[in-house]
Design a protein around this ligand. Structure first.
Ligand code: GDP
Ligand code: IMO
Ligand code: MG
Length: 422
């Protein structure tokens, strides 16, 4: 029996979707624990590419039950579109997808408020999917949960109160569009009817499954360095992608977790604003972006690119309890004569012992690099570690040494089959 968390150990887009899809071959349940449609998890099967935003990346494996946990914030339109997209691919979600009755809903005013806030000076560079404003309401205890859709009268009262408040904000601060309560109620009650059969107490379902010794993958969105508590605040998302978030976001006790797998790229990317010590804002970064196809799955924005950062990964390992890492996109480094790895940070002439998650401090560090000779060979065709050029093998071993974490998988291409188990 295993309850394995698979999470992003950098700033998101590490290839979690691909790794979850590959590893879900032998599990019973895949459950998403936080975030919303800000996520974009890409899966490539038989040359066909699909991007998932809310539905867990186990959906392409027949017989697996996918769960959207209480920690996720759900945009009805995003969910319905995704279900429809899957249906058009012949993947039926009915009977295979469960949604927590306690998950919060993203309302139209959340999305608008997110966009409005991003027009200001201090931009985070959000995905504008309404994530921050929805979690604000969750913690202010004014959020609308799926379960609230069941009681029409109290839903109307809550929505009216929320909309009155948001309309004031939209009118006086942002001079923006006002919302009509009745229209929203109509839209969300129709949504409720459509998803009614999917709604359940997912915490009870998952704990029963654990008691029955089923195998589970708990899928994170975003990445450790975007965690609202442990990431590069304020340039973070508004949830906990770190391993603790899997427990609160699903109602699974920490004692049930058996493994934590961190997914990391063989280099680093970040989309949105905030400090990024090993960023290559130059030709090298451009080359990583072009070769790696580093454009946002959700927003299409070009991702900022740079070298692998061992300091950041040691930090991610500490706060998540990472047992093993899956390294993705090693193939992207194939054409580089020289590859760098950030092994330490310096600040004011001193080496820093720890990763400073505080954005201001992190923004003022200088990366210390070790340079590594490349392997100059297309590795995307190799199916075993032994077949990889010895310099590529050495690169993996060096990452293990620098981070102190065992590498469990190496991905050498986007396809399911382009995955090497160590
Ligand atoms: P996620 O959000 O962590 O699931 O990652 P994304 O799907 O947003 O971004 C990862 C991108 O890299 C996707 O386009 C994947 O298809 C692609 N990808 C994943 N693993 C590999 C790999 O090993 N090599 C290459 N070249 N692409 C990969
Ligand atoms: P996946 O799951 C990469 C980033 C945004 C922005 C910050 C806050 O595909 O790895 P938000 O919309 O969440 O309020 O934006 O977080 N961000 C991501 N970056 N991958 C993601 O998801 C992300 N989800 C949010 O770019 O910097
Ligand atoms: Mg992504």
């Amino acid at each position: 029996m295993s309850v394995q968390i698979i999470l992003g150990a950098q700033w998101g887009d590490e290839g979690k979707g691909k790794i979850v899809d590959v590893l879900s071959e032998n599990v019973d349940i895949v459950a998403r624990y936080q975030g919303g449609a800000n996520a974009g998890h890409t899966i490539v099967i038989g040359g066909k590419t699909t991007a998932l935003h809310l539905i867990p990346s186990g959906i392409f494996r027949e017989g697996i039950v996918c769960v959207i946990g209480n920690g996720v914030v759900i945009d009805p339109n995003a969910l319905l579109n995704e279900m429809e997209m899957l249906r058009s691919l012949g993947v039926e979600t009915r009977g295979r997808l469960l949604i927590s009755h306690n998950a919060h809903l993203i309302m139209p005013y959340h999305t608008l408020l997110d966009s409005m806030a991003e027009q200001g000076m201090d931009k985070i560079g959000t995905t504008k999917k309404g994530i921050g404003p929805a979690y604000i309401d969750k913690y202010a205890r004014t959020g609308i949960r799926i379960v609230d859709l069941l009681d029409r009268d109290s839903l109307c009262v809550k929505l009216r109160r929320n909309i009155e408040e948001k309309n004031l904000l939209l009118k006086h601060i942002y001079n923006a569009q006002q919302f009509d309560v009745d229209k929203i109620i109509e839209e969300y009650t129709a949504f409720d009817v459509t998803i009614d059969e999917y709604i359940t107490d997912t915490a009870a379902y998952l704990n029963n499954a654990i008691a029955e010794k089923k195998n589970l993958i708990l899928e994170g969105a975003q990445g450790a360095l975007l965690d609202v508590d442990h990431g590069t605040y304020p340039f973070v998302t508004s949830s906990n992608p770190t391993s603790g978030g899997a427990c609160t976001g699903l109602g699974i006790p920490p004692t049930a977790i058996t493994d934590v797998t961190g997914v990391v790229k063989a280099y680093t990317t970040r989309v949105g604003n905030g400090p990024f010590p090993s960023e290559c804002d130059n030709e090298t970064g451009e080359r990583l972006r072009t070769t790696g196809g580093e454009y946002g799955t959700t927003t299409g924005r070009p991702r900022r690119c740079g070298w692998f950062d061992a300091v950041a990964l040691r930090y991610a390992s500490m706060i998540n309890g990472i047992d093993n890492i899956a390294i993705t996109k090693l193939d992207v480094l194939s054409s580089f004569d020289e590859i760098k790895i950030c092994v330490a940070y310096e600040r004011n002439g001193r080496q820093l012992k720890y990763f400073p998650s505080d954005a201001r401090t992190l923004g003022s560090v200088t990366p210390v690099y070790e340079t590594f000779k490349g392997w100059n060979d297309d590795i995307s065709k190799y199916m075993s570690f032994d077949k990889l050029p010895w310099r590529a093998q050495e690169y993996i071993q060096l990452l293990e040494r620098l981070t102190g974490i065992r590498v469990s998988f190496v991905s050498v291409g986007p396809g399911r089959e382009q995955t090497i188990k160590l």
